[in-house]
Write a protein that binds this ligand. Structure first.
Ligand SMILES: NC(=O)c1ccc[n+]([C@@H]2O[C@H](COP(=O)([O-])OP(=O)(O)OC[C@H]3O[C@@H](n4cnc5c(N)ncnc54)[C@H](OP(=O)(O)O)[C@@H]3O)[C@@H](O)[C@H]2O)c1
Length: 263
């Protein structure tokens, strides 16, 4: 095995940001492992990768926490190592707190937070034993400040920041890096797949997402931040200013977000 070839494992690789990450990484000198639930779509993404990377498909449901150690074992069996785990799988929400069943909050925290924690915990002994590893975590600008209709989503994304701050503290000594990526609006099917108060998928696009950053441009910037091992990066349009406003004043960001009336 050529140790100079990095192995990048991407979750949520069947769609949007994850699929574009696969396409762009495939033109670099890396081997890829692509995960999501839908095997057939992952194979289509693999077909659309134009570069010379070796690409393996590893389908699983990130909600199946108990299988995480088994998925890590399978991932390691492909190339003998993993250098970068990109925790990208996730779903969003479009419902007010009062209109949302408890199951909505449970589902989002399980997929967006606990699934990522389970997989990241399971691969940690490997990163320690090879004395290197890089967690990339796709959070959101809404992991830094709140926005109506996304209470459960904001909660889960905020939680990721707490967990991975501690990961960085406990495993800096093992050369384990963490890059938190906070996208603003990016034009992907995320709104279509987001869940409503009754737990069903919204099934329609929304304007903010449709007019969001082009996914190719977004992923180019994201890969640059990963290459530089940035601790945290916000990539988006004017909505990313909320991250900076929040540092200045909670009240200010509260008023700006409410006035923006984003759904
Ligand atoms: N697009 C935006 O505007 C935006 C903004 C901020 C943050 N983000 C974050 O970016 C990440 C990627 O989102 P996207 O915009 O690319 O959305 P997307 O096109 O809907 O992709 C979501 C991906 O997550 C996977 N996924 C969902 N539930 C899963 C489960 N239970 N088990 C395994 N995989 C699962 C999906 O694959 P399967 O359905 O095949 O399982 C899909 O590949 C998410 O974490 C999202 O929160 C996006």
């Amino acid at each position: 095995m050529d140790k100079s070839i990095q192995v990048v494992w991407i979750t949520g690789a069947s769609s949007g940001i994850g699929a574009e990450l696969a396409r762009q990484y495939s033109t670099q000198n890396v081997n890829l492992i692509l995960s999501a639930r839908r095997m057939a779509v992952l194979l289509e993404v693999k077909e659309s990768c134009m570069g010379h990377s070796k690409i393996e498909i590893l389908p699983f449901d990130i909600n199946d926490f108990d299988s995480a150690p088994n998925q890590v074992e399978k991932a390691l069996s492909f190339f003998g190592r993993v250098d970068v785990l990109i925790n990208n799988a996730g779903i969003s929400q479009r419902s007010l707190i009062l209109d949302s069943k408890f199951e909505v909050f449970k589902k989002i925290i399980e997929i967006d937070y606990l699934g990522t924690v389970a997989l990241s915990r399971a691969i940690l002994p490997h990163f320690i034993s090879q004395q290197s590893g890089h967690y990339v975590v796709v959070s959101s600008v809404m992991g830094k400040f709140g926005s109506p209709y996304r209470s459960g989503y904001c909660g889960a994304k905020h939680a990721l920041h707490g967990f991975f701050d501690v990961m960085r503290m406990e495993h800096q000594k093992d050369n384990v890096y963490v890059t938190m990526v906070c996208p603003g609006f990016v034009a992907t099917p995320i709104a279509l797949n987001s869940i409503q108060g009754d737990g069903t998928a919204l099934g329609i696009d929304d304007e903010a997402t449709r007019k969001g950053l082009d996914v190719t441009y977004f992923v180019r910037k994201m890969i640059h931040a990963i290459d530089q091992k940035k601790w945290e990066v916000s990539i988006g349009g004017k909505e990313k200013l909320g991250v900076f406003l929040k540092r200045l004043s909670n009240k200010l960001v509260h008023n700006v977000v409410i006035r923006s009336r984003v759904r």
